[in-house]
Design a protein around this ligand. Structure first.
Ligand SMILES: Cc1ncc(COP(=O)(O)O)c(C=O)c1O
Length: 466
C-alpha cells in the first residue's frame, strides 16, 4: 500500500502494508462482541483484541463519560495536584478489594503498573526501618512470564529475543520454572505434585540467594502469554506464605486476569494469604483509553509516609481525569451487568463445549483456563508433538476467514472474548473451530495451499489496483 507510514508493534510491517484490505487486517468498527473491517464484514472478536475489551465495543456510556469529562477538565496532573475522577477511581478500586488495598497509583499501560510495582518494592526495603532489609533488590519471576515491554518488565521474562535484541537486560532478576504439569515441569505431569516441587524450588532459590537480597516475587495468577496456564489457589497461598516468612513482597500481575476475565473480579481476592501489590490494566478500561493501576496495601505504603520518603516515579498521564472517568463507568457496567458471573457461566459452557470437541478433534492436546480466558494447545494428531507455529497460524487464519478472531502464539490458540459473550456466540466459536481443526496432515497441506493462493491472488489484484 502506498503512503503506509504506521510502524506496527510486533509486526512485519511490509506484510501488513500489503494486506490492509484483506480480511480483518484493518478493523474499522466495533459493536458488542463483534468488529468489522472496511468492507463491513463481521468478525466475532474472540481474542478480545488484546484481551482487553471486557464490556464489548461501542458502549455509548463510555463515550459520554469521556466527552463529559473532557469538556469539564481534559487534563490535570497528579504531581503535587489531584483531580476528582482520579480520587474517585482510587477509592473505588480500594473498596472493590474490601479495603484490603489502601492506595492506588495510576499509569497508562500494564508495563507501567509493573514497573511501578518493581520500583515500589525496591524503595520499600531501601527505606525500611529494619536496616538489614536495605539490600533487598532482587525480583523473582516465572520462566516464560509476560509482564510487559519496558526494561524492568522484559528483565522478568525469559524471551531469548529480548536478551538478543535489547540486552543486556537488568541485573538482579531471578527466574524459577512455573509448575506447568502438562509439559512435565519438575519431572511430573501431576499438577499438585508439580506445584509442591515448584514451592521447594522457590524455597531453595531463596536460601541460595539469601532472602536479605530479595525484594519481591511477581507472577500472573493465570499465565497468559505462556499459554493460558492456571495454578491452584492453594499453590499461591503457600507461595505467598513462604515469601512473607522471608520478608519478600508478592506482586500479583492481574493486568489480564482482573475485572472478571476468569469469572472472579480478581483471581487473588479469594486467596487466604494475599498479595502486597496488584497490577491492573486491560479490563479496567476495556481498551477505550490507556490506563493502568498499581494497588498497594497500607503495610507497603507505610514506608512511603513522611518527608523524603515519597515515590519518585511518575508519568505525565498518571491519574488522567478522562481515563479515570471512563474507567469508573466501565467498572459500573461490569458490576451492574454482572459480567463476572457471565464470564464464569459462559466460560464454563464454552469450556465444556470445547472439551466435547476435543474428543473428536485430536489436534486439541490440552484445554486450560478459567472463565473467559481459555487456551487451546494444539498438537500433531499423529504423534502428539506440539503443532508447528506456522500450522497454528494457518488455523488461526482459517478461523478468521470463517468470521472468528482468535489470539495465537506458538501452538496455542487463545480465547479472551468480551465478557458479555452469550452461549449462542460461544457456540459460534466452537462451530468454527470444529471446521478448522479437522487437520489430518494432508488437510493441513491443502489448507496452506488454499490460503497462500487466496492471499497471493488478492495481493496481486491489489497491486494491479483492481
Ligand atoms: C500479565 C500482563 N502483564 C502486563 C502486560 C503489559 O501490558 P501493556 O501491554 O499494557 O503494557 C500484559 C500484556 O499483555 C500482560 O498480559
Amino acid at each position: 500500500m502506498k503512503n503506509y507510514h504506521l510502524w506496527n508493534p510486533c509486526t512485519d510491517v511490509e506484510d501488513i502494508a500489503e494486506m490492509v484490505d484483506i480480511g480483518p487486517i484493518c478493523i474499522a468498527g466495533g459493536k458488542g462482541v463483534y468488529v468489522y473491517n472496511r468492507q463491513g464484514k463481521r468478525y466475532l472478536n474472540a481474542g478480545g483484541s488484546l484481551w482487553n475489551v471486557a464490556v464489548g465495543h461501542g458502549r455509548q456510556e463510555l463515550c459520554d463519560a469521556a466527552s463529559e469529562q473532557m469538556q469539564k477538565l481534559a487534563y490535570a496532573s497528579c504531581h503535587e495536584q489531584t483531580n476528582d475522577p482520579a480520587m474517585k477511581l482510587a477509592e473505588k478500586l480500594c473498596s472493590m478489594s474490601g479495603n484490603y488495598y489502601d492506595m492506588a497509583y495510576f499509569a497508562s499501560n500494564g508495563a507501567d503498573a509493573v514497573e511501578t510495582a518493581i520500583k515500589t518494592s525496591r524503595q520499600y526495603f531501601r527505606q525500611h526501618s529494619d536496616k538489614t532489609f536495605h539490600d533487598k533488590y532482587k525480583i523473582i519471576s516465572f520462566e516464560g512470564c509476560y509482564h510487559g515491554a519496558s526494561y524492568g518488565a522484559i528483565s522478568t521474562s525469559t524471551d531469548p529475543v529480548d536478551e538478543e535484541m535489547y540486552g543486556p537486560l537488568l541485573d538482579g532478576f531471578l527466574k524459577v520454572k512455573p509448575p506447568f504439569a502438562y509439559h512435565g515441569a519438575y519431572g511430573t505431569t501431576e499438577q499438585t505434585e508439580c506445584e509442591k516441587r515448584c514451592l521447594e524450588a522457590v524455597r531453595k532459590l531463596i536460601s541460595d540467594e539469601n532472602s536479605n537480597t530479595i525484594a519481591a516475587f511477581i507472577a500472573e495468577p493465570v499465565m497468559g502469554c505462556a499459554g493460558v496456564i492456571p495454578f491452584s489457589d492453594e499453590f499461591f497461598v503457600s507461595l505467598i506464605r513462604l515469601l512473607h516468612e522471608n520478608h519478600i513482597l508478592f506482586i500479583a500481575d492481574e493486568v489480564t486476569t482482573g475485572f472478571g476475565r476468569t469469572g472472579r473480579m480478581f483471581v487473588s481476592e479469594a486467596w487466604e494469604e494475599r498479595p502486597d501489590m496488584m497490577c491492573l490494566s486491560k479490563g479496567l478500561i476495556s481498551g477505550y483509553l490507556p490506563l493502568s493501576a498499581m494497588l498497594a496495601t497500607e503495610k507497603v505504603f507505610r514506608n512511603f509516609r513522611g518527608k523524603g520518603k515519597r515515590l519518585e516515579h511518575g508519568y505525565t498521564a498518571s491519574g488522567h481525569p478522562v481515563c479515570c472517568a471512563v474507567a469508573l463507568k466501565n467498572i459500573e457496567i461490569i458490576e451492574q451487568e454482572e459480567l463476572c458471573r457471565n464470564s464464569a457461566e459462559v466460560g464454563e459452557y464454552l469450556f465444556n463445549k470445547l472439551s466435547e470437541l476435543k474428543s473428536i478433534r485430536p489436534a486439541i492436546g490440552d484445554l486450560r483456563g478459567r472463565g473467559l480466558m481459555i487456551g487451546i494447545e494444539l498438537v500433531d494428531p499423529d504423534d502428539k508433538t506440539p503443532l508447528k507455529a506456522d500450522d497454528t497460524f494457518k488455523i488461526m487464519m482459517d478461523t478468521a476467514m470463517l468470521g472468528v478472531l482468535m489470539y495465537y502464539d506458538k501452538n496455542i490458540l487463545g480465547l479472551f472474548p468480551p465478557l458479555i459473550l452469550t452461549k449462542e456466540q460461544a457456540d459460534e466459536i466452537v462451530s468454527v473451530l470444529e471446521k478448522t481443526l479437522d487437520i489430518s496432515k494432508s488437510g493441513l497441506r491443502k489448507r496452506r495451499m488454499r490460503m497462500m493462493k487466496i492471499l497471493s491472488e488478492r495481493m496481486l489484484r491489489q497491486k494491479e489496483g483492481k
